[in-house]
Ligand binder design. Structure first.
Ligand code: HEC
Length: 112
């Protein structure tokens, strides 16, 4: 009897882990995959020095928003040449990982 209960508990735990892994991107992998993004998205005041243009702040942005934006850049629904190039090189899983990583960086700075 007791071993059966243990077996059921273990089965439930395994299921929970599987669901959690599928629902979210992997933050650690996203951190590695987003290193190239930070050259543009991690600059001071989100303004490039030359040529001068603004880049959107991604830290603290919701994962769903970042994922959606990347999918649209990849498909061409959103057009912006450098972001199309960036998004096109990513797999669906990498986009989810990156989205999870940016979301994990905390809430957006309201003073910006
Ligand atoms: C060459 C500079 C550059 C690089 C590298 C770059 N981005 Fe961007 N990104 C931009 C610019 C500029 C925009 C604004 C484009 C627009 O107006 O649609 C943008 C927009 C975005 C947006 C939409 C944000 C919003 O609020 O609408 C997301 C998400 C994003 N980038 C993610 C990434 C990720 C993830 C990477 C790395 C894989 C990356 N970017 C690499 C310059 C860059």
């Amino acid at each position: 009897m007791r071993s059966r209960i243990v077996a059921i508990i273990l089965a439930c735990a395994a299921l929970t882990v599987t669901i959690a892994a599928r629902a979210d991107g992997d933050i650690a992998k996203g951190k590695v995959a987003s290193q190239t993004c930070l050259g543009c998205h991690g600059i001071p005041d989100y303004t490039s020095v030359y040529p001068t243009y603004r880049v959107p702040k991604l830290a603290g942005q919701s994962a769903a928003y970042v994922l959606h934006a990347l999918q649209e850049y990849k498909s061409g629904a959103r057009s912006y040449p450098s972001m199309h190039a960036q998004a096109s090189s990513l797999t669906e899983q990498q986009m989810e990982d990156i989205a999870a990583y940016f979301q994990s960086l905390g809430t957006p700075d309201k003073s910006k």
